[in-house]
Design a protein around this ligand. Structure first.
Ligand SMILES: Cc1cc2nc3c(=O)[nH]c(=O)nc-3n(C[C@H](O)[C@H](O)[C@H](O)COP(=O)(O)OP(=O)(O)OC[C@H]3O[C@@H](n4cnc5c(N)ncnc54)[C@H](O)[C@@H]3O)c2cc1C
Length: 420
């Protein structure tokens, strides 16, 4: 087997990006994922990919389908991606442009795109890692094992590889953020109702209700017009509020209520908002409300010991999503690590010192960047209370946006900016 042979645990956004970079560079690797198949688990909502866009497309092999059309939540509806923040009744945000390009990606589509021509070993749930001086061995729940020269833990927030590297359990590493949530998904809007929601934001919106409450709303995928139905989209929302109790319990007490009761609470918490911003809630039914909210956890990991194993993405810097930078940083990690491993491969090096040197260089840049990602996201939630001027959207201060009139017809979607 060519040296080094790299083992990647986790076929999420970071692990698959690394797999593509290694494929392009001809580095020997295997990738293991606990999900039984690519589509066995819904991949959730959508997310903004920015900052790394051009580098990502340049780092993957040429046989990949076109990026934007393959992953965009809005595609095939022709509309610019747009993220909007409503602050004190004013409209701020960002629109995709050549100066600051971004894509609001459907997670399932992004994962499928990243999995192109990658031989993922599905149904491989990592249980245990053993490191010796000259190799790393993985043991999976199904009784199988695999050995290699370098191990990359791309196994997300609850990383088993991180527990092995740090010698600590995730219970002692991860911290609950003091936030409770109610979430709803699979809300279908078509025609006129779709147009009203696009006037709120084409892709995603962040609405500050008051100092302690926020609601986000976003499109998950567009539904093109058919001979029977008008064009539309599938949407989700997450209502979040400050709740110090959540630092001490795993489930919010609100989860014990029925879906209808939680929807009522969400409507009541948002009733002070102007009409367009409650449009999606009025189209929400109890069956759209998820069985339980989502507990937000993070951890500041400011040092990683050197060995034959390292981490990337949420395994390395598990973060709350308030700055929308977790995936972007997972992709950045994967590209940097891919370059370091390709260099080892060109030198046919898999000796202990060479591997440690390569990982040391990667970690020296990744660890402090990860600390900034986690603390920046924590701070951003606080800025919505009273320091809006410090809010950042994809790394930049939000710009003032015009209000819009949106029409959905058989020819597609027409947007007219409104004066004032
Ligand atoms: C609501 C929300 C909105 C977000 N919005 C944005 C955004 O707009 N922009 C942005 O950049 N980021 C965003 N993020 C963050 C982003 O989703 C994560 O940072 C990103 O998915 C991390 O990628 P990853 O590959 O490290 O982990 P993951 O994508 O979580 O992948 C980890 C993979 O490892 C697998 N795995 C786990 N344990 C094992 C095991 N023991 N054995 C084998 N496989 C295992 C999992 O099944 C999974 O497939 C958001 C997050 C949330 C929750």
């Amino acid at each position: 087997m060519p040296k080094p042979h790299v083992l990647i645990v986790g076929a999420g956004l970071g692990g698959l990006t690394l797999a593509q970079v290694l494929r392009k560079q001809g580095v020997s690797f295997e990738i293991f994922e606990r999900d039984p198949s690519e589509t066995s688990r819904t991949q959730g909502w959508s997310l903004s990919i920015h900052a790394v866009l051009a580098d990502l497309v340049a780092s993957v092999p040429d046989d990949m389908p076109p990026f934007r059309e393959s992953v965009s939540a809005l595609h095939p509806i022709k509309l610019e991606d747009q993220v909007v923040f409503y602050i004190d009744g004013e409209r701020f945000g960002a629109t995709d442009s050549s100066e600051r390009p971004f894509v609001r990606a459907n997670r399932q589509r992004l994962r499928s795109w990243l999995a192109t021509n990658i031989d993922v070993q599905w149904g491989k749930h990592l249980n245990k890692v053993e490191q010796s001086d000259d190799k790393v061995t993985l043991f999976f729940q199904d009784g199988s094992s695999a050995s290699g020269d370098v191990l990359i833990g791309a196994d997300g927030t609850n990383s088993v590889v991180r527990e092995n590297i740090l010698g600590k359990s995730n219970k002692d590493i991860l911290k609950y953020i003091p936030i409770s949530t109610i979430t709803a998904e699979s809300i279908i809007l078509t025609g006129e109702a779709f147009a009203r929601q696009l006037e709120v934001a084409h892709s995603f919106t962040f609405v500050n209700i008051d100092a302690d409450r926020i609601i986000v709303q976003g499109i998950v995928r567009s539904l093109p017009a058919t001979s029977e139905t008008e064009a539309g989209g599938e949407f989700h929302w997450i209502l979040m509020w400050r709740d110090p109790l959540m630092q001490h319990v795993e489930r919010s007490p609100v989860d014990a209520l029925s879906a209808a009761q939680r929807l009522e609470i969400a409507r009541s918490m948002t009733k002070s908002l102007p009409e367009p911003l409650t449009h999606l809630l009025r189209h929400t039914r109890p069956e759209h409300v998820r069985p339980h909210g989502w507990a937000v956890r993070d951890a500041v990991i400011d040092a990683l010991p050197l060995s034959r194993a390292t981490l990337l993405g949420d395994a390395a810097h598990p973060t709350s999503p308030f700055r929308g930078e977790g995936a972007v940083n997972a992709i950045r990690d994967a590209m940097n690590l891919g370059a370091a491993l390709a260099d080892l491969s060109r030198r046919h090096e898999a000796g202990t010192q060479a591997v440690r040197d390569a990982l040391a260089e990667y970690q020296a840049e990744m660890v402090p960047r990860g600390v900034n990602v986690v603390s920046g996201a924590r701070a951003q939630f606080g800025f919505f209370r009273n320091e809006f001027q410090k809010v950042r959207i994809m790394g930049h201060p939000p710009e003032k946006l015009q209000w819009e009139k949106v029409e959905v017809g058989s020819e597609g979607v027409k947007v007219t900016p409104l004066e004032g």
